[in-house]
Design a protein around this ligand. Structure first.
Ligand code: SF4
Length: 489
């Protein structure tokens, strides 16, 4: 079946990398041609004909052409020039006319059409589409293709709670489950238990196509910034300098020391930078320099408070209240002392979120609550500790945001332990929560588990909302703001 025979879209054109050498381009071009594509270099006029000829003669006994009438925005498109020639010719020669059908746009009609192409075996039916839309058609197909498991899944999905995240086998404590949960993982649990189960307990990751990008992705960029701050502060470890004195030193002579630190650091520590072509690696170093310099300028100007750095990148652990044997763990980016007060600092490479306080109140951000708690549990000599985010990204200047009121960590952990103890990893769909009176929490992030939680399925909202009230009533109350003691102050 040859899809997408629209003019200008077939053969599929692959954009060239402007940095490819002629030799590499020629080699790539020949490899790409072997799998039926063309690079847009010196494309011969016969390119489409060659490809059609190649595909038709290496395809199968019976070939279906799919000629779109519109593009994805609904604009009309024409068949490719060679397909138009075939169509004109077939119109003239009555005997040579192939079987032509218009394919409906709706998925249900498409499923029926594909079924009718081979009613004996249903071999043109994508199994998921067929089983979901036309179970009676799929069971009618005898032979090798079996759809029973899809049909059984369809029946179970909304009827059996374990399909919606009630998983007693994954209830804590259990020797087969992790003994340590990181604070960032608890944030996932707090936002959407279903996503936590699949990402953290089942260890599933979404697959995304690899693509070459001239820039670092957000995770690489974030870890680069963390490592650079760590390295800079460690180099002043024994100096007795305050943070503002470090800023003055590092910015001296137009940031010469910072520039040297970035050159040495990016060569030794970051493969992600070194493996890029020199020009792109230099661009990343320049961006790194500007971002980190802007932070130290804010420190020097007094917009970010002065203090003494106590330590950087330290891991703290404490036992989960009400779940003996399970530990909470957190990596503290930095600890400063400011006029006798300890402050945990957490770097964020992005900008300050619009609804930061609301996210903290709902428990979607637990670092401000749990990091100071972890610190005090590990260092009984400290009496109190505050928390601040350092936002380094966005269009504005770097900014430090202090988060007050972190005294209710254990209540949050007790609330979350109810989910873990029951194995109640229910999806936190916005619609189901709204049905329970939780307005605009935006817990669902439309993550890559959407096809597993099936939040778009008919009947999902009422089924999940009744399971949420049955199993996670206290968590729902806390989201509604009715569980006062468990919310951030
Ligand atoms: S799509 Fe939304 S409700 Fe479903 S698992 Fe992801 S975050 Fe949870």
């Amino acid at each position: 079946m040859i899809l997408g025979l629209a003019s200008g879209r077939f053969p599929v054109r692959i954009e060239e990398d402007p940095l490819l050498s002629d030799r590499a381009r020629a080699r790539l071009s020949s490899l790409v041609a072997q799998v039926g594509h063309r690079l847009p270099m010196k494309t011969a006029a016969s390119s489409e004909m060659n490809l059609l000829f190649f595909l038709l003669n290496t395809g199968a006994d019976l070939v279906h052409w799919v000629i779109p009438e519109t593009d994805e925005t609904g604009r009309a498109v024409a068949p490719t020039p060679w397909v138009q020639r075939y169509l004109h010719r077939w119109e003239r020669e009555e005997d040579a006319k192939p079987k032509r059908d218009r394919l409906a746009r709706g998925p249900a009609e498409q499923a029926r059409f594909l079924y009718e192409l081979d009613p004996a075996n249903g071999s043109f039916l994508p199994p998921g589409l067929a089983a979901c839309l036309y179970p009676q058609l799929t069971v009618a197909c005898p032979g090798a293709i079996r759809y029973d498991y899809l049909l059984a899944g369809r029946r179970s999905r909304l009827a059996d709670p374990d399909w919606l995240g009630i998983i007693p086998e994954a209830s804590f404590p259990s020797p087969s489950l992790p003994r340590v949960i990181r604070v960032t993982e608890l944030e996932k649990l707090s936002r959407c238990p279903f996503q936590f189960y699949f990402r953290v307990l089942a260890g599933l990751e979404g697959i995304s196509p690899m693509e070459f990008s001239e820039d670092l992705d957000a995770t690489e960029w974030g870890s680069l910034l963390h490592s650079l701050f760590d390295q800079i502060l460690k180099s002043y470890d024994q100096s007795g300098c305050s943070v503002r004195q470090i800023a003055a030193d590092i910015l001296w002579e137009d940031g010469r020391k910072l520039s040297e630190a970035i050159q040495a650091f990016a060569t030794d520590d970051s493969l992600a930078v070194c493996l890029r072509p020199p020009l792109l690696a230099d661009l990343i170093r320049t961006r790194l320099f500007k971002t980190v310099r802007a932070y130290w300028e804010e420190v020097l100007s007094g917009a970010i408070p002065d203090g003494m750095n106590v330590r950087t990148e330290s891991r703290n652990e404490a036992e989960f209240p009400t779940l003996p044997g399970l530990w909470v763990s957190g990596q503290l980016d930095r600890l400063d002392e400011r006029r006798g007060e300890l402050v945990v600092l957490d770097y964020k490479s992005g900008r300050e979120p619009e609804h930061l306080n609301e996210e903290i109140r709902l428990g979607f951000r637990l670092q401000p609550i749990l990091y100071p708690w972890l610190l005090l549990r590990n260092e009984p000599s400290f009496e109190e500790a505050g928390f601040s985010y350092v936002f380094l990204g966005g269009n504005g200047r770097p900014k430090e945001v202090a988060v007050p009121g972190t005294g209710n960590a254990e209540q949050w952990l007790v609330l979350l332990s109810a989910i873990l103890k029951r194995g109640a990893y229910l999806p936190a769909s916005n619609e189901a929560l709204e049905q329970l009176g939780v307005e605009k929490a935006n817990a669902c992030q439309y993550c890559e588990c959407a096809s597993l939680c099936r939040r778009f399925e008919r009947g999902f909202r009422s089924r999940v909302s009744s399971l949420l009230s049955e199993h996670l009533g206290d968590r729902v109350k806390s989201l509604r703001g009715e569980f006062g003691d468990s919310n951030a102050q």
